[in-house]
Design a protein around this ligand. Structure first.
Ligand code: FAD
Length: 177
């Protein structure tokens, strides 16, 4: 099996898959797992003999017949390609917020995450003054009374507990409006 990515999601997937797969190839663009992965996962991967870590490497192809049979990787600075046997490929290279439909309705940052809390409204934030005479709540967008919670928020912690906590807080803020 092959896993692409150098963050915690990729690391967790590699460790999980290694429990049943004969071999897991972890394909990482960075030169070191330490760049984006938590130390506990780096250590676990190092202790897992059937995970092969390919740092400084990009996925450049996939081949197969009815099913996937191999993936091709290219190492930084090398023209040669290497084929790695793989019957499954898992891609963990980040996620884009699905907020195109919100553009113009609430303020988004340059990556599409919803801006919440200060400074979201008021004359210094998006160049318009809500004029409602109060500071925004922590999870409030630049449209007064509209809240955003969870991963879609700019600067979100991106954990289940914080997404759930955001939701609970937003309900409280709504009651304070
Ligand atoms: C591989 C992976 C591993 C993770 N591991 C952990 C972990 O170990 N511990 C931890 O705490 N967190 C972990 N996380 C993060 C955690 O999953 C998120 O922080 C959490 O799910 C965020 O919840 P959310 O409700 O904000 O977003 P999501 O869980 O992403 O839910 C958003 C929902 O909205 C739906 N949606 C999107 N657009 C629309 C639309 N236009 N109309 C209707 N529905 C729409 C989506 O389909 C999705 O169901 C992990 C994430 C990933 C990807």
């Amino acid at each position: 099996m092959a896993v692409v990515g150098g963050g915690n999601s990729a690391g967790q997937a590699a460790v999980f898959l290694a429990e049943t797969a004969e071999r897991v190839h972890l394909i990482v663009r960075e030169e070191s797992l330490d760049k984006n992965m938590s130390r506990y996962l780096v250590d676990r991967i190092a202790r897992t003999p059937n995970i092969g870590v390919h740092t400084g490497t990009n996925l450049s192809g996939a081949a197969g017949d009815d099913v996937l049979r191999s993936v091709t990787v290219t190492r930084d600075g090398e023209a040669a390609k290497e084929s790695l046997p793989a019957t499954a490929l898992f891609v963990f290279i980040g996620a884009d917020p699905n907020t195109e439909w919100l553009a113009g309705a609430v303020g988004l940052d340059d990556k599409g995450f919803v801006c919440t809390g200060e400074p979201t409204f008021g004359p210094d934030s998006f160049g318009r003054d809500s004029g409602n005479g109060r500071r925004p709540f922590l999870l409030e967008t630049d449209r007064p009374g509209v809240f955003a919670v969870g991963d879609v928020r700019r600067g979100a912690t991106r954990r289940v507990a914080s997404a759930v906590g955001d939701g609970a807080m937003a309900v409280r803020f709504v009651h304070e409006l």
